[in-house]
Design a protein around this ligand. Sequence first.
Ligand SMILES: O=C(O)c1ccccc1N[C@@H]1O[C@H](COP(=O)(O)O)[C@@H](O)[C@H]1O
Length: 206
Amino acid sequence: MNHLKIKVCGMREPANIQALALLPIDYMGFIFYEKSARYTPNLPNISIPASIKKTGVFVNAEQAMIHKKIAQGLQAVQLHGQESPMYCEQVKTQRTEIIKAFGIDTSTSWESLAPYMGIVDYFLFDTSSPQHGGTGRSFNWELLKAYPYDVPYFLSGGLDLVNIPNALAIKDERLIGLDINSKFEVEPGIKDIDKLQKALKIIRHE
Ligand SMILES: O=C(O)c1ccccc1N[C@@H]1O[C@H](COP(=O)(O)O)[C@@H](O)[C@H]1O
């Protein structure tokens, strides 16, 4: 399998961000969705290595708000609501990756993702839920076998030290990364750095 990208989401506390920035991750996520327990109103003013893409997570947000956050230094935008393909196109800038999230369950119609192709950089497949994400629950990954497109995707939803090895066993070149969140927290928004290091060792086969 190619080098799997690792995204750690839901950061907001300066010391915790600084500690995470020392780890070999690819994306660091900041949740700009007020109803989330991990909500942060602003991108923390902390130096993060250029190798880590600062990612804003939004749910059906005003586009002006997203553009404001991009201007503050985001390299990626993760859209977790019912954002349309046109919305994704309008939010995209030359320097910003677009990750469109979908909650997956047995009712998922893969055909509904087709209009996003050529617009978004990645899909992200998460557990379907009314709160749009951060549930700590995984979905039935067997459903991914029916995913018919070439667009690479991140896997998320309740990833933890027990199920990450199972995620690594998914034989699919389109699986480009893992998104780690609530199962690695000491409290919402504060990550357990030691536990994340253990996950990184598993993922990077160290
Ligand atoms: O984490 C949240 O609170 C959240 C709220 C609304 C939308 C997305 C959110 N986080 C994203 O949810 C997934 C799965 O997280 P978990 O591992 O199940 O806790 C992940 O992509 C986060 O970026």
